[in-house]
Ligand binder design. Structure first.
Ligand SMILES: NC(=O)c1ccc[n+]([C@@H]2O[C@H](COP(=O)([O-])OP(=O)(O)OC[C@H]3O[C@@H](n4cnc5c(N)ncnc54)[C@H](O)[C@@H]3O)[C@@H](O)[C@H]2O)c1
Length: 454
């Protein structure tokens, strides 16, 4: 919405949220306090805030005055009840639709921006239709058109993804509404990149796109383990396969497993949908993507323990990177969480560093006792912004997020600070073997069949 306001100065964009603290943070004069860290975002907010971009808690008034409402609320995996652990929890989408039904006036185009299971637009339409019918007898006559336009941005590159998207998808039946929405996007996006589909295809395309992306990561992570076992090198393999145009170069970086708020929940959703429609084999197929992802995280934690003589109890380990990827402060489903929890359960003392994530966020993630596995947690952790302090007296450093500042570290200095034998575990392939030469530090890197000798 900030990018939309930036590109269309004549359109008034108001963001409303039930979370008052979040709105307060979006309005903070100090732009470093915005709730989301995303390269380029604070500049856009600075340029447009209080001109044609507003952040407000006045939900009723904003909906009443709006010609178009984008429903962009959270759709996490259900934690209890039917479909728990798989289906999306649509209570926030439903309550948003009810708010729109209650407060809208005149004709309102409702755009489903959240990622939702197929046929959610029907739910929204049903709620809105009730209110259309009731409005016939009142003075405030209402009508609605529902469109699906899922969001394909990736955190960390969101601004560029929004300014130069590969495509924009609009699903719907009402031609006038479709034209209104596409005419906004056409202000900065070439018309041939705007695709029109029916609503259900649009909803399903978003889930499928995320499932395909996540599937590539699980595929390359699976091969990374095979490289380590056989002496092959994952980067050489990914370069070789990525040179094939049918496969392509992108999304072939092995790592500690994917994270983020979307991939897991969207695949779980797809698995649930397939099961719901009786497609058991297809649901099992997609579930494997998640099984491999969890396996990758577990195998990394377990090989760290194994390399440190089978025990990490009371050992100090520096954990570098807590966000689920570089250039974001988002920690949702970050592989760092489960790897840290596994190491803590084995008694390690973790010194955690991240350039953007706040210690309070790490506290929140590590204190949630979601599985019994972690209930006998023995080790402890603390946060330090000073890399040298983190490394001092540690037995190992684990790199879990590919932040730029981790790419040029002085391992000679680190080796003097660490306990011997010292280890570097690089789950992101950001450390060059050469930078460790002569330090005596032992090295493990994801997908590298031959790490030693240095
Ligand atoms: N984060 C991403 O990179 C990304 C990318 C593409 C699509 N999506 C999809 O976009 C949706 C939102 O994702 P997010 O990461 O921004 O979630 P989020 O949890 O960070 O933000 C959702 C916001 O909606 C607010 N909200 C909930 N109910 C509301 C209501 N009735 N009225 C007003 N505000 C309400 C919440 O308070 C919260 O601040 C999800 O469906 C997600 O799958 C996210």
């Amino acid at each position: 919405m900030a990018v939309l306001a930036d590109k269309c100065k004549d359109i008034l964009v108001t963001l409303v949220d039930i979370d008052k603290e979040r709105i307060k943070a979006w309005n903070d004069k100090d732009l470093s306090k915005l709730p989301v860290f995303e390269p380029g975002l604070s500049e856009i907010i600075k340029r447009n805030r209080d001109k044609n971009l507003f952040f407000s808690c006045e939900i009723a008034k904003t909906i009443k005055e709006a010609d178009m409402v984008f429903i962009s609320v959270n759709t996490p995996t259900k934690r209890s009840g039917f479909g728990a652990g798989y289906a999306s929890d649509l209570k926030w989408v439903e309550s948003s639709a009810r708010q729109v039904a209650d407060y809208a006036s005149g004709h309102t185009i409702v755009v489903e921006k959240s990622t939702v299971p197929v046929r959610t637009a029907e739910l929204i339409q049903n709620i809105l239709s009730e209110s259309e019918d009731n409005s016939i007898i009142s003075s405030n006559k209402k009508s609605f058109s529902v469109l699906s336009s899922p969001e394909f941005l990736a955190e960390g590159t969101a601004i560029n993804d929004l300014e130069n998207p590969d495509r924009v998808l609009i699903g719907g039946e009402d031609n006038d509404a479709i034209k209104s929405l596409s005419s906004i996007y056409e202000r900065w996006i070439p018309a041939n990149k705007i695709l029109f589909t029916n609503v259900w295809s649009s909803e399903l395309s978003k889930l499928t796109a995320n499932a395909f992306l996540a599937q590539r990561l699980s595929s390359i992570n699976a091969i990374s383990a095979l490289c380590e076992a056989t002496g092959a090198e994952i980067k050489e393999v990914s370069n070789a396969i990525g040179a094939d145009k049918r496969i392509g170069k992108k999304f072939l970086d092995a790592g500690p497993g994917f994270g983020g708020s979307c991939f897991q929940k969207d695949i779980l959703n797809l698995v649930y949908l397939c099961r719901y429609y009786g497609l058991e084999k297809i649901s099992n197929y997609w579930e494997q993507v998640l099984i491999v992802n969890n396996w990758q995280k577990e195998r990394i934690a377990s090989l760290v323990v194994e390399k440190l003589f089978g025990t990490v109890t009371n050992k100090k380990i520096a954990l570098f990177g807590f966000s689920f990827k570089a250039n974001t402060n988002d920690t949702r489903e970050s592989p760092s969480i489960s790897i840290a929890k596994d190491l803590l359960a084995n008694g390690a003392n973790l010194m955690i560093h991240d350039p953007q994530v706040l210690p309070s966020q790490i506290e929140k993630e590590l204190s949630s006792q979601e599985t019994k596995r972690f209930s006998d947690k023995k080790g402890g952790w603390c946060f330090n912004r000073d890399l040298n302090e983190c490394v001092k007296d540690s037995d190992a450093i684990i790199f879990l997020t590919a932040w730029d500042e981790y790419k040029k570290l002085d391992f000679k200095k680190f080796s003097q600070l660490m306990r011997k034998p010292s280890w570097v575990f690089d789950t992101r392939k950001i450390i060059s073997k050469n930078s460790l030469k002569g330090t005596g530090i032992k090295f493990w890197q994801v997908g590298m069949g031959n790490c030693n000798p240095l």
